[in-house]
Design a protein around this ligand. Sequence first.
Ligand code: C5P
Length: 227
Amino acid sequence: MNKITIAIDGFSSTGKSTIAKQVANHLGYVYVDSGAMYRAVTLYAMNQGLIAEDYFDVKTLNDKLSEIKVSFKFNKGLGFAEVYLNDKNVEKTIRSLEVSRFVSKVAAISAVRKKLVAIQREIGKSKGVVMDGRDIGTVVFPDAELKIFMTASPETRAKRRYNELINRGDNVVYESVLKNVQERDYIDSNRKDSPLVKADDAIEIDNSDLSLEEQFEKVLELVRKTL
Ligand code: C5P
């Protein structure tokens, strides 16, 4: 059967990755979490002391970009590919609220985007890929056969993210998570390079009141219509 490219974009914590993973597994496609790549570069910048509250040494980060290797390795047990920064597994570290605080600033840098978009296109060049992010249907794969734009209210999204962080043992308060979700939405939607916008040909799914099963079914239905 013909393999297609599925682009899933949307605001922070809309549950894109959960659905994207399920759909990819079901279809036998490769799943790529493009946000994890921006998070990995952010972790590098943090480790190097290049970014902190009210401080960002963009020039040094740009100069060091060639030293940053972002890659994925499939974890059979988990059933998806984990992200590696310079060959170190950083899948868990990059999900912290600290990384979330800085990631949108790092993702606004054009040289960072250029580097990561090139890797994303390379991974997806043979199709059979489900990639989630902010600019997948608009910039990375504008010709993707199926584009989905996920939305949900900021409160619904912050609640989901808060539960995720608490479940993994992080000590966070709901208000900080909500503030972070709103800040990232603002920066992601207003940056000059590849802002978060719904592609004209994307299908919007508001999942505020949808269960995971309902979302999965909805997306599969769209895949069936596209194939
Ligand atoms: O998807 P996730 O919330 O992990 O993404 C983290 C951040 O990475 C986003 O808030 C956004 O700033 C950036 N990002 C991006 N373009 C993508 C994916 C993520 O700018 N394709």
